[in-house]
Design a protein around this ligand. Structure first.
Ligand SMILES: Cc1cc2nc3c(=O)[nH]c(=O)nc-3n(C[C@H](O)[C@H](O)[C@H](O)COP(=O)(O)OP(=O)(O)OC[C@H]3O[C@@H](n4cnc5c(N)ncnc54)[C@H](O)[C@@H]3O)c2cc1C
Length: 377
């Protein structure tokens, strides 16, 4: 029997393991390793920081995949050996016929001097209760949301957080100015200049100011320091720089970009039988921009890899390809959302942002419940 070792049980890893079992059942052994016991969609953080819901309400135990025959191991991946299609997991070397690396991105707050002392990390689930409390107790003033590096997960998420916080402050009567800075030229570089102007204009209309080309050097008490200016704050919410996880960086899988570079259609790495999917990877699009880090893409890549492996194990020519079609939700408050979507792998990519509507908000809610139903039944 063939064995597939799936490293990481987030969007990409779960999608791979689930699809392999769906297709091959008992004909394949699937080992899925993650140190985290549960799955949770990224946007739970936006809901939890405003107190709309809790993180716990969105957590599903990965263990339940054992019901469909996946061998789920709660453990730490200490080393990856791509030449041998194996990994060291809690001291044990596990060998496989195929290796799927789905370890996401690592948050690096330590890369910004002062981040740990003065900023709240809105991308770290462990920091979300502290953020929620700080926002609940905020008496008004200058709230700054800082993007401290790019690429980062779900590009519209910091803007979504700004809008949801604004919505909350409106309801609770807190008077605040909200500012968002980014090191990138514009807030959403994947969009055309016109679409970006429209988004930034909409934010400005409701009093959320955005600054592009702002690469923070450090944070001091009450101030973010840039090369040519400083921005003062009463409360600073930060998206820390992201990197490929250390175990991936040390494996020889990453390229010059610092991320795993893969065949964009097949998710193959330069090592035979080793695939990488999701946030650990970087795909450069036809317009030289990069594929945004999004759960939906990690999932589609995982399903592509599973379909290809199912064919290969059955002696067939693999035909499945990652489509690059999909997108990310951008909730704007008042029970509405927009979506940034399109065909990212088209040449050139055809990506745009929709109008906001209650329907997109409903789709966002369904995005989470659909995954629960599909994977955890
Ligand atoms: C605020 C926010 C909002 C978002 N909204 C959306 C959205 O609307 N739509 C969308 O599609 N995406 C959204 N995302 C992005 C989405 O969450 C990520 O792109 C997605 O989780 C990436 O999937 P992945 O499988 O690559 O990595 P992950 O889901 O991060 O999974 C990686 C797994 O690897 C495990 N791991 C890492 N290192 C080790 C190790 N050494 N040992 C053991 N286990 C390890 C981790 O515990 C983790 O479970 C959002 C993200 C955030 C932060």
């Amino acid at each position: 029997m063939k064995r597939v070792l799936v490293l990481g049980g987030g969007f990409g890893g779960i999608a791979t393991a689930h699809r392999l079992k769906q297709k091959l059942g008992d004909e394949v052994e699937v080992i899925l390793v993650d140190r985290r016991p549960f799955f949770m969609v990224g946007f739970r953080k936006s809901w939890a920081l405003t107190g709309e819901s809790t993180l716990e309400a969105g957590q599903k135990p990965i263990d339940s995949l054992s019901k469909i025959g996946v061998d789920v191991r709660r453990a730490t991946i200490e080393a990856i050996h791509p030449q041998e299609k194996s990994a060291t997991v809690d001291g044990e070397r596990i060998q496989a016929d195929a290796l799927v690396v789905a370890l996401g991105a690592e948050l690096m707050p330590s890369a910004v001097p002062g981040f740990a002392e003065y900023a709240y990390n809105v991308y770290d689930p462990n920091d979300i209760p502290r953020v929620e409390k700080a926002l609940r107790e905020f008496k008004g003033g200058r709230l700054v949301i800082g993007i401290f590096g790019a690429p980062y997960k779900c590009p519209p998420a910091p803007l979504e957080m700004a809008m949801l916080i604004q919505d909350k402050f409106k309801k609770t009567g807190v008077e605040a100015t909200i500012e968002v800075f980014t090191p990138q030229p514009v807030t959403l570089p994947i969009l055309s200049q016109a679409s970006c102007d429209a988004v930034e204009g909409r934010l400005a209309e409701i009093g959320i100011h955005t600054y592009g080309h702002h690469k923070a050097l450090s944070i001091e008490a009450g101030e973010v320091v840039f090369e040519k200016r400083r921005i003062g704050f009463d409360l600073l919410l930060g998206v820390p720089p992201h990197k490929a996880p250390k175990v991936v960086r040390e494996s020889g899988l990453v390229g010059e970009s610092g991320w795993v570079e893969i065949n964009p259609r097949t998710c193959e790495t330069s090592f035979e039988g080793v695939y990488a999917i999701g946030d650990s990877t970087q795909i450069v699009l036809a317009n030289k921009k990069t594929l945004p880090k999004a759960g939906l893409f990690a999932e589609l890549m995982g399903e592509t890899v599973a379909d290809r492996l199912a064919d290969i194990f059955s002696g067939k020519e693999p035909t499945a390809q990652f489509s690059g079609e999909g997108g990310c939700f951008f909730e704007v408050g008042n029970g509405e959302a927009m979506m940034i979507k399109g065909n990212f792998l088209a040449e050139p990519p055809t990506v745009d942002i929709t109008d906001s509507s209650k329907e997109y908000y409903a789709e966002k809610v369904k995005f989470e419940t659909d995954r629960w139903a599909k994977w955890f039944g």
